[in-house]
Design a protein around this ligand. Sequence first.
Ligand SMILES: NC(=O)C1=CN([C@@H]2O[C@H](COP(=O)(O)OP(=O)(O)OC[C@H]3O[C@@H](n4cnc5c(N)ncnc54)[C@H](OP(=O)(O)O)[C@@H]3O)[C@@H](O)[C@H]2O)C=CC1
Ligand SMILES: O=C(O)CCC(=O)C(=O)O
Ligand SMILES: [Mg+2]
Length: 730
Amino acid sequence: MAKIIYTHTDEAPLLATYSFLPIVQAYAGKAGVDIETRDISLSGRILAQFGLVDDALAELGDLAKTPEANIIKLPNVSASVPQLKAAVKELQEQGFELPDYPENPQSDEDKATRAKYGKAMGSAVNPVLREGNSDRRAPLSVKNYAKTHPHRMGKWSPDSKTNVATMGKDDFRSNEQSVVIPSDDTLTIKHVATDGTETVLKDGLKVLAGEVVDGTFMDVAALRRFLTEQIARAKADDVLFSVHLKATMMKVSDPIIFGHVVQAFFPTLFEQYGEQLAAAGISPNDGLGGLLGAVAALPEGDAIKAAVTAGLADGPAMAMVDSDKGITNLHVPSDVIIDASMPAMIRGGGHMWGPDGNEADTLAVIPDSSYAGVYQATIDDCRTHGALDPSTMGSVPNVGLMAQAAEEYGSHDKTFEAPSAGTIQVVNSAGEVLISHDVQPGDIWRACQTKDAPIRDWVKLAVTRARASSTPAVFWLDETRAHDANLIAKVNEYLPEHDTDGLTIEIMAPAAATTYSLERIRKGEDTISVTGNVLRDYNTDLFPILELGTSAKMLSVVPLMNGGGLFETGAGGSAPKHVQQLVKENYLRWDSLGEFFALVPSLELYAEQAGTPGAKVLADALDRATGTFLNEDKSPTRKLGGIDNRGSHFYLALYWAQELAAQTEDADLAAAFKPLADKLAADEKTIVDELIAVQGSPADIGGYYRPDDAKADAVMRPSATLNAALASLA
Ligand SMILES: NC(=O)C1=CN([C@@H]2O[C@H](COP(=O)(O)OP(=O)(O)OC[C@H]3O[C@@H](n4cnc5c(N)ncnc54)[C@H](OP(=O)(O)O)[C@@H]3O)[C@@H](O)[C@H]2O)C=CC1
Ligand SMILES: O=C(O)CCC(=O)C(=O)O
Ligand SMILES: [Mg+2]
């Protein structure tokens, strides 16, 4: 039977779900629409690994490969090691029998435990559910809203010293080799040491005809030299030092790179105490936060802490995540995530927060040069022309190649630290070496795959979007990069399969495409960015954050390749700082527009899947209600005393009920919603007062990673009047 799956995730979106889902289920129930939840939160994933709950993620992964799929996917935590450990601790305290995270697994049992935790960690959800390519854009109503209610933009000075630092050689981009596989095959990745000893790193790697396979590596000696230089440069230029990685989604390579940054920033600390830290299982990859916490138990603990303090005083001022609490850019690998951190910095006039609590220019270190140029081009543009103007600027929607774990974001199981000097090779079943790199110990080598069918589908989606919105489309591909050169050949092969008459479709390298799109955006013109998976991630935060202030207001649709739909809510993450605010003062700033937008196409799809016309009536009414919601400006106010997330849900419920009562397509539905619409309108003041009355004092939700349902429900549904009105629908 058809159903909509609404995912139960983490942090702010989960809290919002406690308030919003009861409304959705009450309304949907009236139209015969079945909505169920599945728990794909970090805590749910951990428990599933140990057989303590059903594996909902695996179930949804299978579902996403079928035409029956209709999934609303809210953002979820992609956990770093420190987050994973915190979640395990919380679950243990809640009484779940879970083993500790093995720091330094030696026994087979510990290795198996570590592997299970590895599966729950990092970006564990998205690659499994994303069985289609990505279509992310600002709906017209949102773009118009942003133009009439422009958000605050920081001022850009022509003297800004903010810049990006990137390696440009000896990195993943420069070392990349790429091949197109001629026929279905099985590959092996192996390491051949200088003495000839062969170690299989991965075998049984199935590939299909037409698939693009890349191999590349980061030269770690060059990385360390580069980092040392940039630390000196930031100090010499008197700017903040910051590093921007994606340690969550690139869950194997980027924590290692992060660890090299920590070591480069504190060279004497690691010279003096590196061995003791390693022996105690304390890894720089987990950041300063974990290190400072763990060293307390060591005899050298105080000396190590003093060395950290000295290192911070010695080096350039470090960009801060929270200067009040002393949390630096290097404390937690998942605190500064490039897709959100770079746009926020650019939106703020090229500033990050310094240790003194003041904003300052920064050197943004992005070691690999594959995509760093996009940010440098944006910074250069703002330095020359000043901040962008949200009240006039155009838009850059994105069509992203994402299906079947395309490109770098599918590299986790094919990323290795070279065990010793030698070569790492990709070999086909006939024994031919397809890719080969000379490596030194510690070099970070990775392979990734991009299947042909998703590429074909992506080209089609690009043409479809260009046609539907009469907007030029640019493929952000660089002919001088190995992988991109293979993609360009395929794009040129597949474009003629479509009617492109009258459309503008171009191919440009990422930095040039950035400049081109920014030139157009400043004239109020739109340009679709058609990108690979990583730039999909980066661009769908970069442009929305500049255009709309946040990526929360984005429509994010994944038409699944086998039919069915995955509807993501917004393009951002799970906003951890919003949870802290809720717990501290019972105020939730989360903006659920992304959820509202996702629900419309999901209901439309349900109408088709289930043959339930009422679902389409619900969708149309919701679409109009969302328009009113924007016109009436009912998003959370961001200030205590105004409506927050819960208040905005009430207004959506009111407008949606009014639209349902007013429509004439389905008289039964109109009749069913008329009393509710009247009641909600009559009780508006009472309900808003009840919702606002709870603000200002701490809230107890009974857990961070696994809130207590009853407690979270009580906190997120504090209006007895609203609750009773909703119950009256049943
Ligand atoms: N699709 C997914 O599942 C994604 C998951 N993540 C995960 O989310 C977590 C946090 O990541 P992080 O990089 O901090 O990114 P977030 O997008 O969670 O947070 C960055 C900032 O974006 C703004 N923001 C995002 N969404 C909303 C919203 N709906 N309403 C209001 N403001 C919003 C807030 O900033 P401001 O004050 O500037 O408005 C927020 O502090 C990580 O675990 C990460 O892995 C991240 C991205 C996508
Ligand atoms: O899966 C993740 O960790 C993050 C996903 C993300 O940032 C995105 O898709 O935009
Ligand atoms: Mg992203």
